[in-house]
Write a protein that binds this ligand. Structure first.
Ligand SMILES: [Zn+2]
Length: 632
């Protein structure tokens, strides 16, 4: 391939050699910046699990159980012999429901066991009172990756993807105690119920407007919307004190609930619930069932094979024992020096952010003050949590238990803990990302940012990298997460994490018009695998833009800033190679934009990009000053 010029395409210029030679693992949809690190952590931890189990010597009770679960996955002889049997009792619970009245009698049990209902019931932080919890209800998820796949013009792709799903269900249901005719009926009903749901639940784009989830309804109102389900009775069976407020995350679905779920559609629901549960459970049964049960997900992501049993065993253990595994990883592989260094970097970037807010040309003083307050009170979670949540003490099971039973016990404990949260204060110290995860986050409800130990590696961060490189890597990620406090969603929350408008009308209008400019900058960009939806990914683009803006601000204050190193490392962290099917899926499902755009778009808005590489009108990575967008 001909070498591209940096002025035309920073991303390809920096990553060209890698893009030409990188190989996507057969059991993964991607490789690249984040994925390479995640695969490295996985490999390291697989060896750890292997050794811990072999030596039968565990650093904690939690890790002992994590390894026991790991061993249960590895015991394919037992799993294959048991086949579907361990899951039958649960599946029969669904099969025995013949009327809505049966469902009402059993609904508490179904909620506690998290079996598929025509609505989901969950406990989460009350967005307007972030020290407390509330009940949230939501519609079920659809089979296809997004509701847009059910719209006109998508028929061909829809038929293809549903074909993969149908093959999977035929395979799975052949293990159940059902006749051929029954299997056909179960599948047809599953699709019919899915169509009903898809008419009213939110699209991924609608979900991306996070604050619109907050629609408090009176319990009595929800009770009448959900009829024939006895919702009020359900809540009263779960809680001594019945809350008056229910958060309805998608009103359209619940306002049309009676059309989706009623006496006539009950059988459709029941067969849909059965197949949905079977797909979920197949992951913990025999190898054959695991292979079939993951076939749809693999097909739509372009993944060739399922992970080896050894890898899968580690994945299962680390998915359930997240914090203990994260702590083990962090204590062994994460240096205190890095923790201290990056923590200082965060403080410095927050200070730089404050300066930028002070200099903002769109904000009045009163709004600036509030934004600075939000920055001053922002909490930082670095590396790994000091203590492990008590819920992990409850993740215990018997040696003789099947894998399925052990997993069911853990799931149930997890669910009981979630349900019990309703009456508890929110624990703001809680971590939602484990130490071994290569990621970072901002939580609007607690106004905090989290950087797990595993992301503090090169190319994001290294003591051996220059400061300019680190600023283009982890620095920009830090700036990105801070910016989420001020993106189109985060800006609606105050410094305590409550949905509470702290803007003057005038300022919010100006902010919105810049948000619109950001949408326009990305909307409709054509890539070989599809077109970009600027509205869907705008919050992430605001965050990327803010991350670059604030780190360039820090660079400006350095003695010898090296902008070339900065932009090169910025482009390096976004390198990504993925299966085409997966790239298409990301366009529909991921609120983050395609990697090449994340690397190439933000720099174009900043003077430093033009000055460093002499970028002019003749170059592809030039945009006119009037079209450049800087929000923070
Ligand atoms: Zn983000």
């Amino acid at each position: 391939m001909k070498k591209v010029r940096i002025q035309d395409d920073l991303y390809t210029y920096v990553n060209q050699e890698w893009l030409e030679s990188a190989v996507i693992p057969d059991d993964k949809p991607t490789t690249g910046g984040f994925a390479v690190l995640a695969d490295g952590v996985e490999k390291l931890m697989m060896d750890e699990f292997k050794n811990l189990t072999k030596e039968n010597n565990y650093p904690s009770e939690h890790m002992k159980y994590a390894c026991k679960l790991y061993s249960k996955v590895l015991n394919t002889k037992k799993r294959n012999k048991d086949g579907i049997k361990p899951a039958l009792k649960t599946l029969q619970k669904i099969q025995k429901l013949n009327t809505v009245s049966d469902l009402n009698k059993k609904i508490k049990e179904l909620v506690i066991e998290n079996l598929p209902l025509p609505f989901t019931f969950s406990i989460d932080v009350d967005m307007k009172d972030a020290d407390k919890h509330a009940i949230f209800i939501q519609g079920p998820s659809v089979i296809l990756p997004d509701t847009t796949f059910y719209k006109e013009g998508m028929e061909e792709r829809k038929a293809m993807l549903l074909g993969f799903y149908k093959n999977m269900l035929e395979g799975l249901l052949s293990f159940a105690e059902l006749s051929k005719e029954e299997i056909d009926t179960y599948i047809a009903d599953t699709f019919a119920f899915d169509e009903l749901i898809a008419k009213y639940v939110k699209s991924n784009e609608e979900w991306s407007e996070y604050a619109k989830m907050y629609n408090p309804y009176k319990l009595s109102k929800v009770n009448s919307l959900l009829k024939p389900i006895k919702f009020k009775k359900l809540v009263a069976s779960l809680y001594e004190t019945v809350p008056e407020k229910i958060i309805v995350t998608e009103p359209r679905y619940f306002l049309n609930f009676k059309e989706v779920f009623n006496e006539e559609t009950f059988t459709l629901y029941k067969h849909w619930a059965y197949t949905k549960q079977l797909v979920k459970d197949s992951a913990y049964l025999s190898e054959e069932l695991r292979e079939i049960g993951t076939s749809y997900r693999r097909a739509i992501s372009g993944i060739k094979v399922m992970p080896s049993v050894e890898k899968y065993a580690y994945q299962v253990a680390s998915n359930f024992y997240t914090q203990p595994v994260g702590l083990y990883y962090a204590l062994k592989y994460f240096g205190e020096e890095a923790k201290k260094d990056v923590t200082e970097m965060v403080s410095e970037i927050i200070e730089a952010y404050k300066e930028r807010v002070k200099n903002s040309d769109i904000l009045a003083d009163s709004t600036k003050e509030k934004a600075i307050l939000k920055l001053s009170t922002m909490k930082v979670k670095m590396g790994y949590p000091d203590k492990i949540d008590s819920i992990f003490d409850k993740f215990v099971f018997e040696d003789k238990d099947s894998l399925y039973k052990a997993v069911s016990t853990i799931r149930k404990e997890y669910r009981l803990d979630e349900l019990s949260n309703l009456t508890k204060e929110v624990d703001r110290g809680k971590w939602y990302m484990p130490g071994h995860l290569v990621n970072a986050s901002y939580n609007p409800s607690s106004n905090d940012i989290t950087f797990p130990a595993a992301i503090l590696q090169a190319p994001f961060y290294s003591i051996k990298q220059t400061r300019s490189q680190n600023l283009g890597g982890i620095g920009a990620v830090i700036g990105h997460e801070i910016s989420h406090a001020f993106d189109n969603n985060g800006a609606l929350f105050d410094e305590k994490g409550n949905l509470n408008n702290w803007w003057t009308k005038e300022d919010f209008k100006k902010f919105n018009s810049r948000t619109k400019a950001m949408i326009k900058q990305f909307d409709g960009i054509e890539l070989p695998w599809g077109k970009v939806n600027g509205s869907f990914i705008v919050s992430e683009n605001i965050a990327d833009n803010g991350g670059v803006a604030v780190t360039l601000h820090v660079m400006k204050k350095m003695d010898n800033p090296n902008y070339s190193e900065y932009f090169t490392n910025w482009a390096k962290v976004w390198c990504l190679k993925a299966k085409e099917e997966y790239l298409k899926l990301l366009l529909a499902m991921d609120v983050h934009g395609p990697a090449i755009l994340r690397a190439n778009m933000p720099p174009k808005n900043f003077e430093e990009w033009y000055d460093t590489f002499n970028v002019t009108k003749k170059d592809k990575m030039y945009i006119a000053p009037s079209k450049r967008v800087v929000i923070w």
